[in-house]
Design a protein around this ligand. Structure first.
Ligand code: C2E
Ligand code: MG
Ligand code: MG
Ligand code: MG
Length: 280
């Protein structure tokens, strides 16, 4: 009896792995047509100067509205898009749309920087620097209005390649941020050699900032590191007033998070800027 039960469980297991692989294959196939079918759009999350109560910029975040499955979060489909390299076309679309939006806001007189996430797969693309500069030129957007967010995995394997490409972009005026800082394996040596301007404290350290001593220490360390290397530090995932107060007090005045605003559609972003000011 025990034997046949074990076997049933095994078959059940195989069936569910099978299903998972089929789902993944479907999703990959759907990803390939999603762009042409205009199933993606961008939302924008404000980046805040907490000391001067100003909106400094926006991070563009992709959304996929799947025709049958509804909304699929980027954490689920970006890794797949990286595996099958559809991220090259999708990432290009994101960059193009974000730059178009940035230029529109600039023409309306807004002083904003646009942050765009760049996948390690995109950064590996041979002509990526020319592609990015080409998009900026097409939209007539000054390079200093664009910030690229790269993760630590981008430079682990191909450090020299990444340094070369990011340096060229930096020389043209594009800003570079290290996203999810503290979650990867970046050594201080990398940081010294990389042409970066900006560190983003990963939201996992901000979430329990005031409850977990270790997270407090990690956040403090990143803030101090930024100061000594002369890099701006921005905290991700600020959800409460207490976190915001602590960060400002500790010398980290830039933040992004639900406490200020979720990622929103362009109209709502403008509305947010209009009403944003010092807390009452
Ligand atoms: P990320 O670049 O680190 O983006 C920050 C994520 O944190 C976003 O999730 C944002 O909605 C979320 N977030 C912001 N404030 C808070 C907060 O206060 N609390 C919590 N719990 N979350 C907050 P989202 O939009 O789901 O994106 C997830 C990840 O997917 C991004 O992490 C980024 O790695 C990737 N991603 C999103 N859009 C793109 C894109 O256009 N290109 C690429 N290559 N990756 C993208
Ligand atoms: Mg990001
Ligand atoms: Mg992040
Ligand atoms: Mg992330």
């Amino acid at each position: 009896l025990a034997k046949s039960e074990g076997r049933n469980q095994f078959q059940f297991y195989v069936a569910s792995v099978d299903q998972a692989i089929r789902d993944r294959k479907h999703l990959e196939r759907d990803l390939d047509i999603a762009l042409a079918q205009r199933q993606f759009h961008l939302l924008y999350q404000p980046q805040i100067d907490m000391e001067n109560h100003r909106v400094l910029g926006a991070e563009a975040l992709i959304r996929w509205n799947h025709p049958e499955r509804g909304f699929i979060p980027p954490d689920e489909f970006i890794p797949l898009a990286e595996l099958n390299h559809s991220i090259i076309d999708i990432g290009y679309w994101v960059l193009d749309e974000a730059c178009r939006q940035a230029k529109e806001w600039m023409d309306q007189g807004l002083e904003l920087r646009m942050s765009v996430n760049l996948s390690p797969v995109q950064l590996r693309q041979e002509n990526i620097v020319d592609v990015i500069l080409g998009v900026l030129r097409q939209h007539d957007l000054p390079p200093s209005r664009l910030e690229l967010e790269v993760t630590e995995t981008s430079f682990m394997q191909y450090l020299d390649d990444a340094i070369g490409k990011l340096s060229r972009l930096r020389d043209e005026g594009v800003r570079i941020a290290v996203d999810d800082f503290g979650t990867g394996y970046s050594s201080l040596t990398y940081l010294k050699r990389l042409p970066v301007h900006h560190l983003k404290i990963d939201k996992q350290f901000v979430r329990d900032l005031l409850a977990n001593e270790e997270d407090t220490q990690i956040a403090n360390t990143i803030i101090d590191l930024g100061k000594s290397l002369n890099l701006d530090v921005i905290a991700e995932g600020v959800e409460t007033r207490e976190q915001s107060i602590y960060l400002v007090h500790r010398g980290c005045i830039m933040a992004q998070g639900f406490y200020f605003s979720k990622p929103v559609a362009p109209e709502d972003f403008l509305a947010f800027i209009e009403q944003f000011g010092p807390p009452q």
